[in-house]
Design a binder for this molecule. Structure first.
Ligand code: PEP
Ligand code: MG
Length: 547
């Protein structure tokens, strides 16, 4: 039997599963003994204890996990939530029940908001369970322990669980909920744990059932044959060998250089990217720096961050993207109006043009950082629709003093106009995440349409080819910076379609480096031709493998 879901990364794991224990039962609708102040004081102590515990776990985990756990600790200390709990206790409700109701109401609100916010709802549910467990004096629900390695199966994983996973025991993760951008996915990717999310039926598996969790194909093979297990184990060994292979510059078997770059969201991640062999940065997501800002960041604030980033890459290329605000990453100082379909709304360059001074400030900060460091700074705009918008952005960037200015290809209309765009832009970087979402008309945050979010679809590949051809005709670089570049087989096809650089989450660099070394440019082009002629994403994958 096979179960299907959305694979995170390319990993594969084989082993028995263990399920996450069930959540604590819902607290009964009971009243407290009568002293509301004393009841609230007990709850306040638990809120503080849980926040403290989350912060301590964060410190132990470090890295990306620390930020996630700090955010969870902030939820436990949120003054609005505490006020809500207090108000409920004052009407006689018991502390446990008040916590349960207040958090549940807030969770519902987040789910109603959809996208990124909805995916944070799981985190809130976990914090609520921890507080209730503390009030009851029982252990917080969490990852099961076992002497033998196992694959963890859960409804979804809270950051507190994912961050402290014992990687010598947990071979892989399978969750019933969660989308490609849920915390399970983000942390699994950064820790290189094979993972599948959105797997219907996962919770029906009995503890001890042996499975192959194959993230590359999005499949969980239940009770696999001995041959299938041997095959999966060979793939695991291959991946382990690739991870320890010497770090060389990205190149094909015939010596064609394909620089391998990093996608980053904070200057703090730069050192690790360099250690993993990133030859520069292909996408720096500046909006991640300001997600919590209520007001637009100053030129000085921004310059400090950009200079810190650039100083890690002397003599190397660093592609910084102007603020991509909107849709699942709203910035309150740029997106202030409610939109029914924010992914199709005032997002990226559109939002920046509506608040021209914020765009000018950002570009000015970048010019200042360019002038005080040795890095080769390239700057690009997100969500660009055509050559007119390209012209606007490139002219403005150059007028303010930037050297290399380009655009992202994320909206299909830009790819259709690729010949005109390539004439005007210094470079193009293809954001396959959004290009896929817009080409297939499927919200990339929505797990019900996650199967459409597949950049192997020949419609997406045909748009990439238009961009690759336009780049070749004008001698302009064409990079890939969406998740597609992190899929080794697809990376080869993208090179065959004309991509000149590939940028990805640093954990994916080793796999892609190894795969590129196995093909010549001629072979990559033959695989691209085969994939373009396929009728579906699955067909393209198959055709490329056979070519
Ligand atoms: C993309 O859309 O592929 C991309 C790289 O941008 P983001 O994922 O930040 O939208
Ligand atoms: Mg995008």
């Amino acid at each position: 039997m096979d179960l299907h879901g959305v694979g995170v990364g390319r990993g594969v794991a084989v082993g028995p599963i263990l399920r996450m224990p069930d959540a604590l039962p819902e607290p009964e609708k009971t009243s407290h003994a009568g002293d509301a102040a004393a009841e609230f004081a007990t709850v306040t102590a638990s809120l503080g204890a849980v926040a403290g515990d989350l912060l301590a776990r964060g410190e132990k985990a470090g890295g990306e996990a620390q930020g996630v756990l700090e955010a969870a600790a902030m939820m436990a200390q949120d003054p609005m939530l505490a006020d809500d709990v207090k108000a409920r206790i004052e009407t006689g409700t018991s502390g446990e029940r008040a916590v349960f109701e207040a958090f549940a109401q807030f969770q519902e609100m987040l789910i109603g908001m959809g996208g990124y916010m909805a995916e944070r709802a799981t985190d809130l549910g976990d914090v609520s369970q921890r507080i209730i467990a503390h009030l009851r004096g029982v252990a917080a629900p969490g990852v099961p322990t076992s002497d033998e390695p196992f694959i963890l199966v859960a409804p979804d994983l809270a950051p507190a669980d994912t961050a402290l996973l014992d990687l010598s025991k947990v071979l892989g993760l399978i969750t019933r909920d969660g989308g490609p951008t849920s915390h399970t996915a983000i942390l699994a990717r950064s820790k290189s744990i094979p993972a599948l999310v959105s797997v219907a039926g996962a919770l029906d598996l009995a503890d001890g059932t042996v499975v192959i969790a194959d993230a590359a194909s999005g499949t969980v093979h239940v009770d696999p044959s001995a041959d299938a297990i041997a095959d999966a184990q060979a793939r695991i060994a291959e991946r382990a060998a690739a991870a320890t292979a010497p770090i060389t510059d990205g190149a094909l078997a015939d010596g064609t250089k394909i620089p391998l770059l990093a996608n980053l969201g904070s200057p703090k991640d730069a050192a690790e990217a360099v250690a993993l062999g990133a030859e520069g940065v292909g996408l720096f997501r500046t909006e991640f720096l300001f997600l919590d800002s209520k007001t637009a960041p100053t030129v000085e604030d921004q310059q400090k961050q950009y200079t810190e980033l650039l100083s890690h890459f002397p003599g190397k290329k660093v592609v910084v993207r102007a603020l991509d605000a909107g849709a699942d990453k709203p910035l309150s100082f740029l997106n202030d109006a409610h939109e029914e379909n924010p992914a199709l709304g005032l997002r990226g360059l559109r939002a920046l043009r509506a608040k021209d001074e914020i765009l000018r400030d950002q570009l000015t900060a970048l010019v200042n950082s360019q002038n005080e460091t040795e890095a080769d700074l390239w700057v690009m705009a997100p969500m660009v629709s055509d050559s007119d918008e390209t012209d606007f952005f490139v002219k403005l960037g150059k007028e303010l003093g930037l050297t290399t200015v380009g655009v992202m290809a994320e909206v299909p209309s830009l790819a259709v106009m690729a010949d005109q765009v390539a004439e005007l832009s210094d470079f193009v970087s293809i954001g396959t995440n959004d290009l896929t979402q817009y080409t297939l008309a499927a919200d990339r945050m929505l797990s019900t349409v996650a199967s459409y979010q597949d950049p192997w679809h020949p419609a997406v590949l045909r748009l990439v080819k238009l961009l690759g051809d336009a780049g070749a005709a004008t001698g302009k670089p064409v990079g890939i910076c969406g998740e597609a570049a992190a899929d080794p087989q697809l990376a080869v096809v993208l090179v065959g379609l004309g991509a000149t650089t590939l940028s990805m989450t640093p954990a994916a660099l080793a796999d892609v480096r190894a795969e590129l070394l196995g093909v010549t440019l001629e072979q990559a082009r033959a695989k691209a031709v085969a994939a373009l002629a396929a009728h579906s994403a699955a067909g393209a994958r198959e055709a490329a493998a056979q070519a």
